[in-house]
Ligand binder design. Structure first.
Ligand SMILES: Nc1ncnc2c1ncn2[C@@H]1O[C@H](COP(=O)(O)OP(=O)(O)OP(=O)(O)O)[C@@H](O)[C@H]1O
Ligand SMILES: [Mg+2]
Length: 461
C-alpha cells in the first residue's frame, strides 16, 4: 500500500523536528566541551601567570621546594593575589573569577622531575604545565589539571541527564509532529481530498458534482475552478442532448407529414395532382433547407466553412438584398426603409454569406412583424468598422429571450404558433457568419416595438 500524503507529512515533520533537536544537542555538547570547559581551563592558565614569578622568587630565596612540601598555608599564600596587584590591576575581577571557578584548587607544583610537591594531587599527563625558571634553569613545573579530568564522574551524570532530556524531547517532538501533521491534514488536505473525490465523480460522468468552497487560498481557487469546469461540462452535455433531440424532432415532423400525404395518395384519399405535388414539394423543400442549415452550422463548428473574401461595397449588397425582398414586403404591407450613407462603404467580405445574413434577418422581420409594420435598415461607417442596424416594429420578444436568440433551435412563441415558423437556426447561422468575418451580431429591443439587431464588421479582415 502506498503511504498517504498525511503519513508523508507526518514523517517529514517528525524528521525535521528530530533533526533540529539532534543538532541542538550536539551543538550544546560541543559548546559545553569547547566553549565552557575551554573557558574554565583558560581561566586556570591565566591564573598561572602572576604565580610563576612569585614561585621563582620563593625558590631563589629558599634554594629548594622543601619549604612548600606539606605547607599548604604557604602555598595558598603564594597563589593569593597581592593587595597591591589588585589595586594596580583593574582586571583583578577576572582573577577572582578564576578563583571562583576553582582553578586554584586544580593547580599543583611539581619539581623538575615532575613529581608532586604541593597542591592538587591528581595531576596527570594531560595537565597544562608551565616551567618555573630561576636564572634560566627549570626548577619545577606549575600544572593545572583540565576541567574535564576532574569532572569525569560529573560528566557521565551530565551525559545521562542529557540522554534523558533528549528522550523526553524525542517523545515531545513525536507528539508535536503528530499534532502538526493532523492540523495540516485537516486544514489543507481535506479540501484537496474533497476536490479529488469530486474530480473522480466527474470523470465517471456525474456532471452535477460540485465542491463546497471553504477558503480563499489556492485550494479555494482550485475548488472554484473545479466547480466552473463541472458547470461548463454539465451545460455542454445538456446542450448536446438538447441539440440531438431538436435535430431528430425537426427531421421527424416534415417526414411524417410527407409520409402521411404519400399514404393518402396511395390509399386514394387524395389524388396526385398539381396541388398535392406542390404541397409535397414544399415539405421536401423545408427538409432540405433544414439539412442544409444543419450542415452549414456543423461546418462552422469544425471551422471548415469556406469564406471567399473579396473587396465588397456594402451599400450595393444591401440594395440588392432589399430589392429581393421588396415585393414580399409590399404584399405583407411592410414598410421597408433603407438608409445608406452617401459615400461607398468598402470592406473585405464574402458577399454571398453577407447576403445570406441580410436575407435571414429580413425573412425574420417578414415572419415576425405584424402587418402594416416597419423594417428600418441603417448602415453607417464607424471609427473601428462598419455598422448595420435592423430595426422592426412589434411584436417584439421578452427581455429574457434576448440572450438565447442566437442559440441553435431556439424559437420564440411567435415562431412556434405561426405556421410560418422555422427551425430556429437562422440567427445561429447569422451569428456564425458575423464571427467568421471578425465582427459581431447583437440583439436588443427596438424603439419601433420589435427587435433591433446590430451587425458590426471590421473594414478589412
Ligand atoms: N424580427 C424579429 N421580431 C421578433 N422576433 C424575432 C425576430 N427575429 C427572430 N425572432 C425570434 O427569434 C427566434 C429565432 O429566430 P431564428 O431566425 O433563429 O429562427 P426561426 O426564424 O424561428 O427559424 P429559421 O430562421 O431557422 O427558419 C424566432 O423563432 C422568433 O421567435
Ligand atoms: Mg429565421
Amino acid at each position: 500500500m502506498k503511504p498517504s500524503i498525511s503519513t508523508k507529512l507526518f514523517v517529514a515533520v517528525l524528521a525535521s523536528v528530530l533533526l533540529v533537536i539532534l543538532s541542538m544537542g550536539l551543538t550544546a555538547n560541543w559548546s559545553f566541551g569547547r566553549g565552557f570547559l575551554g573557558y574554565l581551563n583558560e581561566q586556570g592558565m591565566q591564573r598561572m601567570t602572576p604565580i610563576l614569578p612569585k614561585l621563582a622568587a620563593a625558590y631563589a630565596h629558599e634554594g629548594n621546594w622543601e619549604f612548600l612540601r606539606h605547607n599548604r598555608d604557604r602555598w595558598f599564600e603564594i597563589m593569593r593575589p597581592d593587595r597591591d596587584e589588585e589595586r594596580m590591576n583593574p582586571e583583578s575581577r577576572a582573577m577572582q573569577t578564576s578563583d571562583l571557578t576553582g582553578a586554584v584548587l586544580r593547580l599543583a607544583l611539581l619539581d623538575e622531575q615532575k613529581r608532586q610537591v604541593v597542591g592538587y594531587s591528581g595531576t596527570r599527563d594531560d595537565a597544562y604545565m608551565r616551567a618555573v625558571e630561576v636564572d634560566g634553569k627549570t626548577v619545577g613545573w606549575l600544572a593545572v589539571t583540565p576541567f574535564q579530568s576532574v569532572t569525569e564522574a560529573g560528566g557521565e551524570r551530565f551525559q545521562q541527564y542529557q540522554l534523558r532530556a533528549s528522550l523526553a524531547m524525542g517523545v515531545l517532538s513525536l507528539i508535536l509532529a503528530m499534532l502538526i501533521a493532523w492540523w495540516i491534514a485537516r486544514t489543507l488536505l481535506d479540501p484537496v481530498k474533497r476536490v479529488a473525490a469530486a474530480t473522480h465523480r466527474l470523470a465517471a460522468g456525474e456532471y452535477d458534482s460540485r465542491v463546497a468552497v471553504s477558503s480563499n487560498d489556492e485550494v479555494g481557487q482550485l475548488a472554484r475552478d473545479f466547480n466552473q469546469l463541472a458547470y461548463t461540462l454539465e451545460r455542454n452535455e445538456r446542450m448536446r442532448r438538447d441539440f440531438m433531440a431538436d435535430v431528430s424532432h425537426e427531421l421527424r415532423t416534415p417526414l411524417s407529414v410527407l409520409r402521411g400525404e404519400l399514404e393518402a395518395i396511395e390509399d386514394g384519399v387524395r389524388t396526385l395532382d398539381q396541388t398535392s405535388m406542390k404541397s409535397l414539394q414544399g415539405e421536401v423543400g423545408m427538409l432540405s433547407k433544414l439539412v442544409d442549415d444543419l450542415y452549414e452550422l456543423s461546418l462552422a463548428d469544425v471551422g471548415a466553412l469556406t469564406y471567399r473574401k473579396t473587396d465588397c461595397e456594402l451599400n450595393e449588397l444591401l440594395e440588392s438584398s432589399v430589392a429581393m425582398f421588396q415585393e414580399r414586403c409590399t404584399t405583407r404591407k411592410l414598410n421597408l426603409e433603407l438608409k445608406l450613407p452617401a459615400q461607398p462603404l468598402h470592406l473585405m467580405a464574402d458577399a454571398k454569406r453577407l447576403q445570406q445574413l441580410f436575407g435571414n434577418l429580413m425573412e425574420n422581420s417578414l415572419r415576425y412583424t405584424d402587418e402594416g409594420g416597419t423594417l428600418r435598415i441603417n448602415a453607417a461607417s464607424e471609427a473601428d468598422g462598419l455598422r448595420i442596424d435592423f430595426l422592426d416594429s412589434g411584436p417584439g420578444i421578452e427581455a429574457e429571450q434576448l440572450p438565447r436568440l442566437f442559440e441553435r433551435f431556439y424559437r420564440g412563441e411567435a415562431s412556434r404558433n405561426r405556421a410560418s415558423g422555422g427551425a430556429g437556426l437562422g440567427l445561429a447561422i447569422c451569428h456564425s457568419i458575423a464571427l467568421a468575418h471578425g465582427g459581431s451580431l447583437t440583439a436588443d429591443h427596438s424603439p419601433l416595438g420589435g427587435l433591433w439587431l446590430t451587425l458590426r464588421l471590421p473594414r478589412n479582415t
